[in-house]
Design a protein around this ligand. Structure first.
Ligand code: SF4
Length: 699
């Protein structure tokens, strides 16, 4: 007898619907859900192989483990022993050093319920705002830009705008590999409507360029110059919506003055592209009736990430392409539930339902709802700041949930040194493989995808329900349950949940009256409707925001921001003349703790490599397949060279997935990345580090 379950893919922020078939032996098989509005039956290579990651339990953590001293190895313990000791250590540290001496570092892969409970625990009861997630590394620049420009962290559009657009500008993203199903919709829209113009800006000619009408192969860090130049052409050619600008925006005159300061020729020279290509892109945008932009890490992961985002959003505000069918700025979320995490306030500067920490009324509302102590108004540590604070001894204990910072954080060797210095490290994980486990004093086994229920929100504000399909192996528990059991051991009230539906209901109630109001939503409705887009009111979701052009700022006008176009990344030098950029490959996900288990997914690319332009290679006497050493003051990486004229000369690329292989960390791209942050979003500058490359010769 076979049973079938409808659920949602747990990898990227596209949020595809999946049908899981389970046979009598418990074997799982997945296929795309033909009825799901996101993917309409399609799945990419990662989604198609999801069942293997659940059925192969050979690497799974089965029992809690603990050690009393760093020199000892961890031993299996009961859940009570693990959580009681953790509660005792946290209590002692908080008593001695204060609540800000502990922190939780979570993941955009956590379900909304998990985010909600851990956020409530630390902000409402421990009394610190030291909770951040790896979404900080992914989306925080887009979040800050939406708030600055539109008054709220709110993606205006919906995926259905793809088929309605006649110009799509993809900036600093390779959705063909990183958001494949969304890209298939773009490809299909282009095939159905050859008049649809695709613009791609990227220092690499990626797979996404295959259908581009123009590829703007910009120098890294020059996106603002490009966007300003396009803005200048649109203004000069009269391709702007003056009545929209007057009625619904502020800041246009200052913007106009700032973009007029550089000639198009000058901008083209800085960007390393032709002026003609900038004019072509501007013409496509200027003639469009529906204009969408899509972007990810090329803009977000930058020391000027917020300004890069704002400069792109400005193109929508001067042309009026927002809140209309086929139009809008659309940040593509990397992780499956980065948006759900923000809904419950799962970042160090947020409170639930998009409330903010620095608003006393918001703090009061949330404290009253939770019935805990007064909420602290002190901003918590962000992702990289936590590890710096650990290194400096200011932070004593860290609890790491569902993420592998020793591979994913910038300047990974500093992160490793930080964990070595920490007094107490708790790691909540599904797999025994992640590098971070070696520093854990307590290991707590979590249930994986298909082994627990909950909700996630994708990049278009679509909330989906994930059903439990199979039991977790050993004693692994759902992550939310681990946290609420711990809260109970700490003696806090308000954590006596018995199921996930109660947690979700509490979260929904807390959104009442806010801009993301889902207070009438519950599991039953989600099971029936499969998914809805927030806000959800009167039985309906909201596919498109700002259709009335009333923005969430004080005067309801969107803000066109002005700023200079300077990049503030670390400069290249004679010793380190190349710019390193890092990113994903098609078939792997993050630090490979799931996709690395599936042999089929290694057929595409099986090992780390350096992509380098043939001319840069020739100058260094490097041949294809040579082992090369990439180095700077922070560290070294040693991998095979892959020569490719699709990358801009002067730029090299390393995939971000590989970490330590045995005790060798020479494949870890983040040995080389730097700790510079955008001053507003605190997102790291992963896309720009100065390095040297040379052929490696064995000593
Ligand atoms: Fe999963 Fe993303 Fe692939 Fe869809 S596109 S199947 S959500 S990894």
């Amino acid at each position: 007898m076979q049973a079938s379950f409808k659920t949602t893919c747990c990898y990227c922020g596209v949020g595809c619907g999946i049908v899981v078939h389970k046979d009598r032996q418990g074997k799982l098989h997945v296929e795309g859900d033909k009825t799901h509005p996101v993917n309409k039956g399609m799945l990419c290579s990662k989604g198609m192989n999801l069942h293997y990651t659940v059925m192969d339990t050979s690497d799974r953590l089965l029992y809690p483990e603990m050690r009393y001293h760093r020199n000892l190895s961890r031993k299996r313990v009961t859940w009570d022993q693990a959580l009681e000791r953790t509660a005792a250590v946290f209590t002692a540290i908080i008593k001695k050093y204060g609540p800000d001496a502990v922190a939780f570092y979570a993941s955009g892969q956590c379900l909304t319920e998990e985010y909600y409970v851990v956020n409530k625990l630390i902000k409402g009861f421990i009394g610190s705002n030291n909770i951040d997630t790896n979404s900080r590394l992914c989306m925080s620049s887009a979040v800050a830009a939406y708030k600055l420009a539109l008054g709220e962290d709110a993606v205006p559009g919906t995926y259905d705008d793809i088929e309605l657009a006649d110009c799509i500008f993809v900036a600093g993203a390779n959705p063909a590999w990183c958001h494949p199903i969304l890209w298939r919709r773009v490809e299909a829209a282009k095939a159905a409507n050859p008049a649809l113009k695709i613009i791609v800006s990227d220092p690499r000619a990626t797979q996404s360029c295959a259908i581009a009408d123009v590829h703007l192969q910009v120098n890294p860090g020059t996106d603002i110059v490009l966007h300003h130049a396009i803005g200048r052409i649109l203004i000069t050619a009269g391709h702007i919506d003056s009545s929209f600008i007057t009625a619904h925006t502020s800041g246009f005159e200052a913007y106009k003055t700032s973009v007029m300061q550089r000639s198009i020729g000058e901008a083209a020279a800085i960007c390393g592209i032709t002026a003609a290509d900038i004019y072509t892109a501007a013409e496509y945008i200027g003639n469009a009736k529906g204009f969408m932009t899509m972007w990810t890490m090329g803009l977000n992961q930058s020391v000027v990430g917020v300004n890069k985002n704002l400069s792109l959003i400005n193109l929508h505000l001067i042309t009026g392409h927002i809140g209309k069918p086929g139009s809008g700025p659309f940040s593509l979320t990397g992780q499956p539930n980065a948006m759900g995490g923000r809904e419950v306030g799962g970042l160090s500067n947020l409170l639930p339902a998009h409330r903010v920490l620095n608003n006393p009324e918001h703090r009061k509302e949330v404290a009253a709802f939770w019935g805990g102590t007064t909420l602290s108004d002190k901003a918590g540590l962000t992702a990289t700041e936590m590890f710096t604070a650990l290194h400096e001894g200011k932070l004593k204990a860290i609890w790491i949930m569902c993420t592998n910072p020793l591979v994913s954080l910038p300047d990974a060797r500093l992160a490793e040194a930080a964990l070595q210095k920490a007094k107490f490290v708790v790691v909540q994980e599904i797999s025994s493989k992640p590098e971070t486990l070696q520093y854990a004093d307590v290991v707590l086994p979590g249930a994986a995808w298909a082994e627990k229920q909950g909700t996630m929100t994708n990049a278009e504000r679509r909330i989906s329900y994930l059903t439990k399909i199979t039991d977790a192996p050993g004693e692994a528990l759902p992550d939310a349950e681990i946290i609420y059991r711990f809260a109970q051991k700490m003696g806090y009230h308000g954590f006596d949940y018995t199921n996930m539906a109660d947690i979700y209901a509490e979260h929904c109630r807390l959104t009442a009256g806010t801009r993301i109001d889902i207070s009438t939503l519950n599991y039953e409705t989600l099971k029936e409707k499969r998914s809805v887009q927030w806000p959800y009111q009167s039985g309906n979701g909201t596919p498109r925001l700002f259709t009335d052009h009333q923005f969430y700022t004080d005067n309801a006008k969107a803000v066109i921001h002005s700023f200079d176009d300077e990049n503030k990344s670390e400069p290249t030098t004679r010793e380190r003349p190349l710019i390193l950029t890092t990113g994903r490959i098609r078939d792997q996900w993050h630090t490979m703790s799931k996709t690395g288990k599936v042999s089929k997914l290694k057929q595409h690319i099986s090992s780390a490599f350096l992509e380098i332009h043939p001319e840069d290679a020739r100058q260094r006497n490097i041949q294809a397949g040579d082992i090369v050493e990439i180095s700077n003051s922070r560290g070294t990486v040693r991998v095979k060279a892959q020569l490719s004229s699709t990358i801009k000369q002067g730029v090299v690329f390393l995939p971000m997935h590989w970490g330590k292989i045995l005790n060798n960390d020479l494949h870890r791209a983040n040995n080389l990345t730097n700790n510079l942050l955008d001053p507003i979003s605190k997102q790291p500058d992963f896309k720009y580090s100065a390095v040297q490359v040379q052929r490696y010769q064995k000593p």
